[in-house]
Write a protein that binds this ligand. Structure first.
Ligand code: SF4
Length: 484
């Protein structure tokens, strides 16, 4: 049977390695620029480009300066891959372009480039199909202009086509999934034969890749999360952007576990899992892990989008909290990590299919709320809950994020975003334990109910609370944003 859901979504579409601070405003525009350059190269026009121009609209323009949209587009135009590039290049490219007045499109075609003129932030205009619209233009030697219109849909998903007034994300629609899932009810039905959520998700994932590739890929994702936490708890200083936010994860880690002396993230985590922590310390550790990831995210570090970059700290905080509670000498930490990530990704995919994971569409409930629901379900299943318990955990977590607005000060993904990840992680842990202690058949609200409620709340929400920096905290605290 063909998956009739909007698009089959792989676990690796939901969990992507990239660069902070925003999946919709950094990773998406970066990918759009890469796609533009790829198309120019494929049509043998790259070597004829004489100038480029980028126009950012709607939310991309309103919060793009704080979210690093300009530098992300430049990185993409130069042919850098966010998954593999040297992240320090993000900090170098702006000053280098300013002094040379040039940009190497695709890494080879050098054209004149003045960032203040060639990247236009037009917040007064919003493209009809999506609040995160952008236009890329390349002028060729003979005067021909090549144009690409793209939409950044949240979570690093990008669309270059529109059908029936909706942006259509790049996806392999020919993939046939054995267990099509468009709703939480669908997922529960596939689990009715006794399979866990992770089993069903793996069955579908085999439509894209082998078991070995699934496992290797997810361990790579887990390790990227662990590396990110490790850098976060090892780094001090002030975050970029002009708000003057001090990093706190390192000091929190020091007060809990002493200074970081491990040589790498694997050794660091082994030490954490052998530490003798009291209950109160465990709670503080969860906050520390979440802060570590989102401080890295705010500093243009490498993070795993889960389901977005602004909310990238929730899943690692809950995952490593769970893994640290296992016996490091007896538990299969890799197998447990894989199980956790399979469940989390599927919950995120259901939210994406049925509602949104874009703050420009749904406010922060669509980012932190979804990440908390993903983590809650994964933790519930890993701690012995049934599929029904896992879905109930996701429902509880989202229920207590409904209506949460997106109002980042200065458009920077710092305040309230960094602390909000710690809160989302704590809610996820509470939700998982509440669900496991409950009878899911007695729940008043299903996961599908709460997803649909989130979506209707998103549609009712005043646009100024949807990643525009025109409402809430963003209008209370003045800041002169310093672009990267
Ligand atoms: S307020 Fe929430 S949705 Fe908005 S940028 Fe921050 S983390 Fe993302």
């Amino acid at each position: 049977m063909l998956d009739t859901s909007p698009h089959p979504i792989s676990v690796f579409d939901m969990l992507k390695i990239g660069v902070g601070p925003s999946s919709s405003h950094t990773l998406g525009p970066w990918r759009a620029a890469e796609h533009f350059v790829r198309e120019l190269r494929a049509s043998e026009r790259l070597d004829r480009v004489s100038s480029v121009r980028v126009e950012l609209y709607g939310s991309l323009a309103k919060t793009g300066r704080g979210h690093g949209t300009g530098i992300a587009v430049m990185m993409g135009l130069c042919g850098n891959d966010p998954e593999t590039c040297d992240v320090d290049e993000v900090q170098r490219l702006g000053p280098a372009t300013l002094s040379s007045g040039q940009l190497a499109i695709g890494g080879t075609r050098v054209v004149p480039f003045a960032r203040e003129h060639d990247i236009v932030f037009d917040g007064a205009v919003s493209l009809a199909t999506h609040p995160n619209g952008m236009r890329l233009l390349a002028k060729l030697d003979d005067g021909e202009v090549v144009e690409q219109v793209s939409y950044s849909l949240g979570g690093g998903f990008v669309a270059h086509d529109v059908a029936d007034g909706e942006p259509i994300a790049v996806a392999d629609l020919t993939v046939e999934l054995p267990c099509p899932i468009a709703s939480a009810d669908d997922l529960l039905r596939w689990c009715a034969d006794g399979r866990s959520v992770a089993d069903v998700v793996r069955t579908n994932e085999r439509a894209w890749r082998t078991d070995s590739e699934i496992d290797t890929g997810l361990i790579r994702i887990r390790n990227a999360m662990r590396d990110c936490v490790f850098r976060g708890v090892s780094t001090t200083g002030t975050l970029p952007g002009g708000l003057g936010v001090a990093r706190r994860a390192q000091a929190l880690h020091r007060s809990l576990l002493g200074p970081v002396e491990a040589q790498d993230s694997a050794a660091w985590f082994d030490g954490v899992s052998r530490a003798d922590l009291e209950f109160g310390d465990t709670v503080r550790l969860v906050s520390c892990l979440a802060l570590a990831v989102n401080e890295e995210n705010a500093a243009f570090g490498r993070v795993v989008t889960a389901p977005t970059n602004g909310a990238a700290g929730v899943l690692p905080a809950v995952l490593f909290h769970h893994l640290a509670g296992l016996d490091p000498d007896r538990a299969d930490i890799d197998a447990e990590s894989i199980r956790f990530l399979l469940v989390a990704a599927e919950i995120g995919a259901i939210f994406k299919k049925r509602a949104t994971i874009s703050a420009a569409m749904g406010g922060c409930q669509a980012e932190i709320g979804v990440s908390s629901a993903m983590a809650a379900a994964a933790l519930a299943e890993c701690q012995g809950g049934s599929a029904a318990h896992a879905l109930m955990a996701a429902e509880i977590a989202m229920e207590h994020h409904l209506g949460m607005t997106c109002d980042p000060i200065g458009g920077l993904v710092q305040v309230p975003c960094i602390e909000r990840n710690a809160m989302g992680a704590m809610k996820a842990i509470s939700a998982a334990h509440l669900a496991i202690a409950s009878l899911p058949e007695l729940a008043q609200v299903s996961l599908d109910d709460v997803i649909d409620t989130m979506w209707s709340t998103a549609q009712d929400m005043n646009v100024k609370y949807k990643e525009t920096a025109e409402g809430g905290l963003a209008t209370r605290i003045p800041v002169n944003v310093v672009e990267c």
